[in-house]
Design a protein around this ligand. Structure first.
Ligand SMILES: Nc1ncnc2c1ncn2[C@@H]1O[C@H](COP(=O)(O)OP(=O)(O)OP(=O)(O)O)[C@@H](O)[C@H]1O
Ligand SMILES: [Mg+2]
Ligand SMILES: [Mg+2]
Length: 550
């Protein structure tokens, strides 16, 4: 018997509400608070074994493809030309990789299913960046094309203050490298550090930032499809940015769902199960992200709790403490029916979001102004130190000459013996072998192997004491639980790292503006101590908190 359709061209059957199972109320118990210290490797499936060399066929002639050549090649879909990435520093005859010649590897920031992300310093401009290197070599041309798509997607996103900035990409020895702006960490890492629900001001700020970032994507007919706290990055000035565009699809008139993949099931919109890929799916994932960070709730990957959240039931034991305005926003984002779900434009037009946005603008402006004042003060202190040093030397020489002061027992060594070309991690980036363990993180100086040299941390400390304190992680998404002993050491280390007030700058690209001496300060905290101004160290992410509180 034909089923009568309604004016939306829908059958009555599709509108029938899904029956609620009798044992549904028990699902309430399936929600839990977030467990601390659980690393992402718990949730990721084991990676397939990687072949470290191209398969050699005895039947078909072994054609050398251009991308399997050892030379680096720039990857761009805007100007597709097979040419090496531009850098004055790169010398083809040296035999070292482009990465090794042009960057200093500081530490590992995190790891996802696609790549491992490293904090690096460009030896060309001195700025800090993040470089994501594909986790395994291209297995063939189709695998390569699939991986290269992330570059095309990044290029499509373009520039927006709430989207991670893409710098460039290149491929070398069957690996893809993506260079992006460096952020202080992911929202997931921030929440792990806070260890509880975020303050309401922070939540509003995150909501505003991410809605603006999402508007930028949706206005360009782009769907992110992988919005989650691990893919939201917090800049050094506390601005939230959408990143990891690996699953992004372009609607561009066509459905685009042919190539679409669902992201993390915890944040996935229900309609994706039916193959309906639309902007509403991103709004739902953003809603889930906000629910997680505002309630410190462990989102279910499946089961009753998963179903319940996708039927509009928000667990009241978690959401009861949320401000009513925010709860309204959350409910509109988590509307089960994608056709009735709020759009980004509608959300941005809400009075509550409007006023939160205004506060956000004011606090960011204030923060930037304070940052600039601190930078100017630092510069002045640096000038005064130089002038003082210049004057004190002849005076001390004179005193020594007149016998009033004893000479130093040994000549003072250069406090900054390290130069930019050096990398204590160079072996980590040894591309001769491309196996799984090539990118093992060097032991943290705070970890059990504290005797290891770890020059990179000093540089890290200059920009982000918070990251300095955060040990390098095998898996980014969830940082390790920090022991009280570790926190104590962290504090004392920070106290010895005087240049950290530089974090108040907007960009981690402060090497250029830094004093020449400080830009080479990788010899150790003790050396640096006597040389620098006495600014108090500031925790980067606490600036975010401060900005929120303002
Ligand atoms: N620009 C950056 N600044 C700081 N940290 C970063 C940056 N890019 C990545 N990270 C860290 O590395 C982690 C993994 O990065 P990313 O999400 O881009 O990798 P992925 O392999 O594409 O992950 P996924 O499995 O989600 O696809 C992030 O969660 C974050 O902790
Ligand atoms: Mg990711
Ligand atoms: Mg990804």
């Amino acid at each position: 018997m034909p089923v009568p359709g309604d004016d939306m061209g829908e059958t009555a059957l599709t509108r029938t509400p899904i029956p609620v199972p009798a044992y549904f109320h028990q699902a309430e118990q399936s929600f839990s608070l977030k467990k601390r210290g659980r690393s992402l490797c718990y949730t990721l499936p084991p990676r397939p074994p990687v072949k470290t060399a191209l398969p050699v066929s005895r039947i078909f002639p072994n054609k050398q493809r251009s991308w399997s050549q050892p030379r680096p090649q720039s990857v761009s879909f805007r100007s597709p030309q097979n040419k090496p990435p531009a850098s004055k520093l790169y010398d083809d005859s040296k035999g070292e990789t482009f990465f090794k010649q042009c960057f200093r590897n500081i530490c590992k920031l995190g790891r996802g299913s696609f790549g491992e992300v490293y904090k690096v310093q460009s030896l060309e401009d001195g700025c800090l960046y993040a470089v994501k290197r594909s986790v395994s070599p291209f297995r063939g041309e189709s695998d390569r094309q699939r991986k290269l798509q992330e570059v095309r997607k990044h290029e499509r996103v373009g520039e927006h203050p709430n989207c991670l900035r893409f710098v460039r990409a290149w491929e070398e020895k069957r690996m893809l490298y993506l260079q992006t702006e460096l952020c202080a960490g992911s929202l997931l890492q921030h929440c792990e550090e806070v260890g509880g629900p975020l303050a309401s001001r922070q939540i509003w700020n995150i909501t505003c930032d991410l809605l603006h970032g999402l508007k930028h994507l949706h206005d360009r007919n782009l769907l992110h499809l992988d919005i989650k706290p691990a893919n939201v990055f917090i800049s050094y000035s506390g601005v939230c940015k959408l990143g990891d565009f690996g699953l992004m699809i372009e609607l561009d008139g066509t459905d685009g769902s042919g190539e679409a993949q669902e992201g993390d099931p915890r944040y996935m919109a229900p309609e994706l199960l039916d193959g309906v890929f639309g902007k509403a799916a991103d709004v739902f994932s953003l809603g889930m992200t906000l629910l997680e960070v505002s309630c410190n709730m462990e989102l279910p990957k499946g089961g009753e709790g998963w179903q319940q959240l996708r039927q509009g039931h928000l667990p009241t034991e978690f959401t009861s403490g949320l401000p009513p305005d925010f709860l309204k926003v959350l409910s509109a984002m988590l509307e089960p029916d994608h056709r009735r779900r709020a759009t980004v434009d509608w959300l941005l037009s809400l009075p509550s979001i409007h006023s939160a946005d205004r506060w956000r603008m004011v606090s960011l402006t204030k923060q930037r102004t304070i940052g600039k004042i601190i930078t100017v003060c630092q510069f002045l202190v640096w000038i005064v130190t130089i002038v003082f040093n210049g004057l004190s030397r002849p005076v001390l020489g004179f005193l020594h000459y007149t016998g009033l002061r004893a000479p130093p027992s040994s000549p003072p060594s250069s406090p900054y013996p390290h130069h930019l070309g050096e990398s204590s991690f160079s072996s980590e980036w040894d591309d001769e072998s491309l196996g799984d363990d090539v990118f093992e993180v060097p032991p943290s100086p705070f970890g059990p192997h504290r005797n290891h040299t770890y020059h990179g941390q000093e540089l890290l400390g200059r920009h982000s004491p918070d990251l300095l304190a955060r040990p390098s992680l095998g898996s980014t998404s969830t940082p390790r639980n920090l022991s009280p002993d570790y926190n104590l050491r962290k504090r004392s280390t920070l106290a010895q790292t005087p240049n950290v007030s530089r974090i108040s700058q907007d960009s981690p690209c402060s090497e250029k503006s830094a004093s020449p001496s400080s830009s080479h300060s990788t010899s150790g905290f003790v050396d640096a101590e006597g040389q620098r101004s006495s600014f108090l160290p500031r925790n980067l992410l606490s600036m975010f908190d401060d900005a929120c509180e303002q």
